[in-house]
Design a binder for this molecule. Structure first.
Ligand SMILES: [Ca+2]
Length: 347
């Protein structure tokens, strides 16, 4: 009791100095895992796969509950790759949804190649059950949100905005009487998105037309301008110079047959000396470690995002705005990189 009282006094003493805008309540207490939906264009760049490994390793640490995975790259191998990945990491039943008629239907460099790898006896190295099929991503989003408690879900959107924009347009149906907008408003605590570029620290990327945005500008416009809740954004300028070193995979022999290492090899043409920026990983680190993200990131003031016709982002400060972006110092970036190496080389 005395300890409780001391804690109470200590918290009351600190509270006036914690600015309200610094608090991101993505879970009820540090003992409760963050309920995460991972929305990804996996199969294109390798950072989506590195981010998926971090999710699994944070599930292992009790920091994340992996509620579901939805894919915005319109390619069946992307979905099979995620299924095989989840099987290898010990979470085979995470529901997976695939976008219908979305962008980037190509096989990319690593999803199909990795899935088709064989053992010496001809069996698949990273097997997927023969009769397995992904769900429709928007239907899955509706199901997961309808089943969730109010204000409980965090969505990491690290690809095109196609799935979330389509969710916003759905009417009530037999899954839920709520529309997509109502589900978003009622069930989702926070969206953390990798998209666009911001010119807070550097003007270098001021007019950057970022990949996730330009592949589906109408959907990005809808999500970043009209999503009813809070969005925190990791812009292009954050992950571009936090480089993941492929050599990190050599430090731990347990990763020798890892699906992550093999796909990194396909994507980068090897692991030794091959690096890659870590755009998508930043969103997972932020949402998965809500009590310690201040070590890694600073948040911009509140504001609104306008998506220009050509896909560029314009950020305008407004006190009641529901959009914020990461700002990272070089010191924070080196701490982030260390965390990424630790979290990605565990299997
Ligand atoms: Ca991505």
């Amino acid at each position: 009791m005395k300890r409780l009282f001391v804690t109470f006094v200590a918290v009351m003493a600190i509270l006036p100095y914690v600015k309200a805008e610094d608090l991101i309540p993505v879970r009820d207490s540090p003992a409760t895992p963050v309920k995460l939906i991972y929305d990804t264009d996996i199969g294109g760049d390798i950072d989506d796969a590195l981010a998926l490994a971090i999710i699994h390793n944070m599930v292992k640490r009790g920091q994340i509950e992996f509620v579901g995975l939805t894919i915005t790259k319109s390619n069946i191998y992307a979905a099979k790759y995620c299924k095989a990945f989840n099987i290898q990491y010990g979470h085979p039943d995470v529901p997976i949804g695939l976008v219908k008629n979305g962008s980037r239907p190509d096989d990319g460099h690593y999803a199909k190649n990795t899935i088709e790898m064989k053992n010496e006896d001809g069996s698949a190295k990273f097997p997927v059950p023969a009769d397995w099929e992904p769900e429709d991503s928007v239907v899955l989003l509706r199901k997961l949100l309808a089943a969730a408690e109010d204000n409980s879900i965090v969505i990491a959107q690290v690809g095109m905005s196609t799935n979330l924009a389509r969710l916003m347009e759905t009417p009530g149906d037999d899954i839920s009487p709520l529309t997509g907008m109502e589900l978003a408003e009622k069930k989702v605590r926070l969206v953390c998105a990798m998209a666009g570029a911001f010119a807070f620290n550097t003007k270098q990327y001021e007019n950057h037309r970022e990949w996730n945005v330009i592949l589906d500008i109408p959907s990005a416009t809808k999500v970043f301008q009209e999503w009813p809740g809070e969005i925190v954004v990791s812009g292009y300028e954050v992950g571009i110079d936090i480089l993941f070193p492929g050599d990190a995979f050599n430090a731990d022999l347990r990763t020798k047959d890892s699906i992550l290492r093999e796909s990194y090899r396909f994507h980068r043409g090897g692991v030794d000396g091959k690096t890659r920026p870590t755009w998508d990983l930043t969103c997972i680190l932020f949402t998965g470690r809500p009590e310690s993200w201040r070590n890694y990131f600073t948040l911009s003031p509140r504001g609104k995002i306008t998506v220009m016709k050509d896909g560029q982002f314009r950020f305008t400060e407004t006190p009641d705005g529901a959009r914020r972006a990461f700002i990272c110092s070089p010191e924070q970036k080196s701490i982030i990189r260390e965390a990424f190496i630790n979290l990605c080389t565990e299997l």
